[in-house]
Every structure is written in C-alpha cells, then in structure tokens.
Design a protein around this ligand. Structure first.
Ligand SMILES: [Zn+2]
Length: 293
C-alpha cells in the first residue's frame, strides 16, 4: 500500500478497521505500545518504532524521537502521568510518527496542551485527532452519548473507563462532536487554567479567554465556593448572571490527584436568539490565545 499523503483521519480510520477486523478481546482497551511497535514494524520496516517507554520528561507529556542512526523511533511518555493519560499520549505520538515524522526528522516534543490538541498548532491538532479517533471511535462514542444529548460526569467517566483514557480526554472527545452547547472549565485555587467549548457553545460566545490577566471562576458558582458535593457533581442549575447571562447548568468535581477542579457547563440548546454570524476562525483564534499552561 502507498501511504503517501495520508492524514490523521485516514490513518486512524485505517487502523480502526484493522482493529475491528482483528477484534481482540479488549477491543477498546488494547495495548497501545505493542500495537505501535507491531504496526510500524509491519508497515515501515525501514524505520519502525523500536520502543515505547515511560520516562522522566521535563516539562512535556510525550515525545517522538529518532535513534542516532535515524532508522528507529522511540515513543516516550511522562511517567508522572496516570496510566490512562500515558496511553493517550502514546497514541498521540504514534499519530506524529505516522503523519509527521518525515517532516520532522529530529522528532517532536509535546506538552499537555499539545497532546490535548488545545494549543492551536496544526500538527498537534492532527495528532490529537488521530489519538482520539483511534482510541474513541466516533460511531461507538455517539452510541453511548448521542450528539444531541446532554452528558454528565457519570456517563463521561464510563466512557473514559470503556476506552481506557483520562476523564479529560473523554470530555474533550465529546465536546468536539456534541451538538449541545457545553464547555469544560479546568481551574485551581479559584482561577481558570484552561477551558474548552463545543462548536455550538463557541458560536454563541460561550468561552473563556485566559491568555491575559488571570481569570477567576465566578464567586457564586459551585466551584467558586469550593462546593464539591454529590449534588455539585450531578449538576445545579444557576440563573442568569452566575456564569453567563443565561441560565447555566454546572457540574463540578474535584480531581484530587491533579489538584484541579473540573467543571462542566451546559446551556439550553435553543440558540437562535444568541446566534451571530461572526466567522468561527475569529472565535477560534480568540480561544487559542486563551490557552494557558
Ligand atoms: Zn504532539
């Protein structure tokens, strides 16, 4: 087969078909390291992935690096990450190997925002798209949470377990296909670290710009009051003015392990009165500016 010019989607779909055909017992929890080595050795015996290892990586989550000879590649993931996080990162680096290694013979290093495809860099978005599609096939995910349905932390956690990925990876996957107006806000100590909106939320200007001065979480929100009860996890409806100038459903939980708070915001799906015709590119640009490590 000639793989010349294959992009991230084409690769992910091709490999998904191979996995579907092989249908291993742990279809959605397959061993990504073994898979990366096997696939690369059979398709590209001239420069395969020879190792996939968890190592101490300073200030990055993952890297794709060539051997000294340039004839072998290694995928390295941050050993400080959870096993699920590392699995997603390894898939992201496999995406770089398949799509970008020829353009980047010296390899690539990716921080957390890059791995999540949140930093506005095209090759990072592509590698994230590859990893998301390979690990969380859209048809299967959509059966679990239909594009028109609201989601909650229980459903999204079940998806994360089913696909053996982090909760954040599952949430971002859902936000990228849902037709609902929804967003995730990740905060620490009362300030927003980063946020990500679904397409329809973005089009109605529901996003946070966090590039400039630190943005505080709203004082009257659950997360703003450090309320991490079961009720907060299940969701509370706020009136206008708490998060935005429309009623907003907030679900908040505390991720102790990372010392972070995860907040899901969901809005009514009648959007006609909020719609405006500003091109998405502008909003996207705003949002990328808003990404902060
Ligand atoms: Zn990357």
């Amino acid at each position: 087969m000639n793989f010349e010019g294959w992009g991230s989607q084409r690769w992910a779909i091709h490999l998904t078909q191979l996995l579907n055909a092989a249908n291993p017992p742990d279809r959605y929890r397959f061993n990504i390291a073994a898979f990366a080595k096997e696939i690369s050795a059979s398709l590209f015996p001239g420069d395969p992935i020879a190792e996939v290892r968890s190592v101490d990586l300073e200030d990055c989550e993952g890297a794709l690096l060539p051997s000294d000879s340039g004839k072998r590649w290694g995928i390295y993931v941050n050993k400080k990450g959870s096993p699920r996080r590392r699995r997603f990162t390894a898939a992201h680096e496999l995406g770089h190997y398949l799509v970008h290694r020829q353009k980047y013979p010296d390899g690539l290093r990716c921080d957390e925002a890059a791995v999540d495809g949140r930093n506005g860099v095209e090759i990072e978005r592509e590698a994230n798209d590859f990893a998301s599609t390979l690990l969380m096939p859209l048809d299967d995910f959509r059966r679990r949470i239909p594009a028109k349905s609201e989601a909650d932390f229980d459903q999204l956690s079940e998806c994360a377990t089913h696909y053996d990925v982090s909760l954040v990876a599952a949430i971002l996957r859902w936000l990228r296909y849902t037709e609902r107006r929804a967003m995730i806000v990740v905060s620490r100590d009362g300030y927003i670290n980063w946020a990500w909106s679904s397409e329809t939320a973005l089009k109605t200007r529901r996003y946070f710009k966090t590039s400039g001065a630190p943005v505080e979480v709203p004082a009257r929100s659950l997360v703003g009051q450090s309320i991490f009860t079961e009720e907060a996890r299940e969701g509370v409806k706020h009136p206008d003015g708490v998060w935005f100038d429309e009623p907003t459903k907030e679900m908040t939980l505390r991720a102790e392990r990372y010392d972070l708070n995860y907040t899901l915001l969901q809005f009514a799906d009648t959007v006609s009165m909020f719609r405006h015709d500003e091109p998405r590119e502008l909003d996207t640009y705003d949002r990328f500016l808003g990404v902060r490590k």
